[in-house]
Ligand binder design. Structure first.
Ligand code: CO
Length: 459
């Protein structure tokens, strides 16, 4: 029995614990060793890494990708992509999605894990199609959540559709760490009966379930799991790589990873962890088990956001009311999975409903856009009264929102002019305009003098 290991230290673990502040120079020296460990893949790009490179680290995210690739001779590179939102927070035009996916593969990406927050697979279709066209590995994703309408049937249906779309593998993505060992066993078992592509399970250790969930995933025949090297594991990050490999190895699974190399990798990241604690970037208290998420069935990150919001408004005594209102708002909206950006939107609306003292007296701009269908199709029916209130006589959008967006690339390229050194700069600019412009300006300043000098051409 073989089970693949994906190492998340450079992406999800980095993002979940270290606010995505790992610089290329912080980990460049360990890349050759990582390549020797026997991982199936290394999740190293996408998610918040792209934004963080431009916004905080003064790094070109494309350069980072190419550098990582140059060290990975045996290990596949993997990234996380939010479907039509790419790595940003809005829907992009199809031409932009296609160019971004193609550029990702051309610059070294092997496996693209593609998801949509609502599990509206129309929102991953363009990215999947382009990935396949460029001989990339498209991993279709099911966002896992608990609600009265989300059940095995619905998930198996999604799995079948993902397989039919041509995806080479499937990921069950439990972003909140709320999938229990039993739920995971049942889901992987059910999917294995109906689909033939490999199944990867992604969870977080937030509620303490992670190790057990992965064990049951393996027992149900999952093909791979996502873990983080132990100094970057636990809490809101993934279960530890070494621990899972140790336990599964004893049970007869071939995990592919070499424990002596894993030890070297961990030894490298231990001082990094210490540095982040000293700088105050990483608060080790997030490593504790946060079982509240199981009680409220909302992600841990969302719970702390709600509390921060209420504290800021001097209304922390209303927390219980807000926690009671949150599932009602979610039900009114047709039970969207509580993942970015829906978790924030639902939390803010629940808080507003409680603090204003009247439900939906004020409705957030994003919630209105959601009800209009601009985020995609809600998993369940939206409360008709709420729909009437937001839409009036207007009809909700039934097609894909991206089809209403005009092509963006050429326009942005013209806008940027010589500020862009390449088409990759144009892609960065479309994703994060202000951050990219600030980055280009800094890069210009740093340019060594010799590079600005050009010899006259001699005919
Ligand atoms: Co994750």
């Amino acid at each position: 029995m073989q089970i693949h290991f994906t190492e998340t230290v450079l992406r999800d673990a980095n993002q979940s614990l270290m606010a995505t502040r790992l610089r290329l120079q912080d980990f460049a020296d360990i890349l050759d060793t990582i390549d020797q460990a026997g991982y199936h893949s290394i999740e190293c790009w996408g998610g918040a890494t792209f934004d963080s490179c431009l916004r905080y680290l003064g790094e070109d995210p494309w350069e980072r990708l190419r550098t990582i690739k140059s060290h990975m001779k045996h290990t596949k590179l993997q990234m996380l992509l939010r479907g039509q939102n790419l790595l940003g927070y809005r829907h992009y035009s199809d031409d932009m999605v296609r160019r971004f996916v193609r550029a990702s593969i051309e610059n070294g990406m092997d496996i693209i894990r593609i998801f949509d927050a609502l599990n509206d697979l129309r929102n991953i279709q363009t990215a999947v199609d382009e990935c396949l066209k460029n001989n990339g590995h498209a991993q279709g994703t099911i966002c896992y959540t608990l609600s009265p309408i989300h059940n095995l049937n619905m998930y198996v249906g999604l799995g079948k559709e993902i397989e039919q779309m041509g995806c080479q593998s499937l990921c069950i993505k439990d972003m909140a760490g709320i999938m229990s060992p039993k739920e995971c066993f049942d889901l992987v078992t059910a999917l294995k009966q109906e689909i033939h592509i490999p199944i990867y399970v992604h969870t977080h250790q937030t509620t303490g379930l992670g190790f057990m969930t992965y064990l049951k995933a393996a027992e149900a025949g999952a093909d791979g799991i996502d873990c983080a090297i132990s100094s970057f594991a636990g809490g809101t990050s993934q279960p530890a790589t070494e621990t899972m490999a140790y336990a599964l190895g004893q049970m007869g699974y071939d995990c592919g990873v070499d424990s002596t190399v894993l030890k070297k990798i961990n030894d490298f990241f231990v001082p990094e962890e210490r540095k982040f604690i000293q700088d105050g970037v990483f608060d080790p208290s997030v490593l504790g088990v946060k079982a509240d998420a199981l009680v409220y069935q909302i992600p841990g990150g969302m719970l702390s956001n709600l509390m921060a919001q209420l504290k800021a408004q001097g209304a922390i005594d209303r927390l219980d009311e807000v926690l009671a209102e949150t599932p009602r708002v979610r039900a009114d909206l047709g039970y969207p999975p509580l993942v970015t950006p829906l978790s924030q939107m639902v939390g803010v609306q629940a808080t507003v409903n409680v603090l204003v003292g009247e439900r939906y007296k004020n409705i957030g701009k994003e919630i209105k856009a959601y009800i209009k269908g601009e985020y995609g199709k809600a998993p369940g029916p939206i409360n008709p009264e709420l729909m009437q209130k937001v839409l009036g006589d207007e009809q909700p959008l039934t097609g894909r929102y991206a089809e209403t967006i005009a092509p963006e690339f050429e326009k942005a390229k013209a806008e940027l002019g010589d500020k862009a050194q390449s088409d990759l700069d144009v892609l960065s600019y479309i994703c994060f305009p202000q951050q990219a412009l600030a980055f280009f300006a800094e890069r210009e300043k740093k340019k060594p003098l010799v590079a600005t000098y050009t010899f006259e051409e001699v005919q």
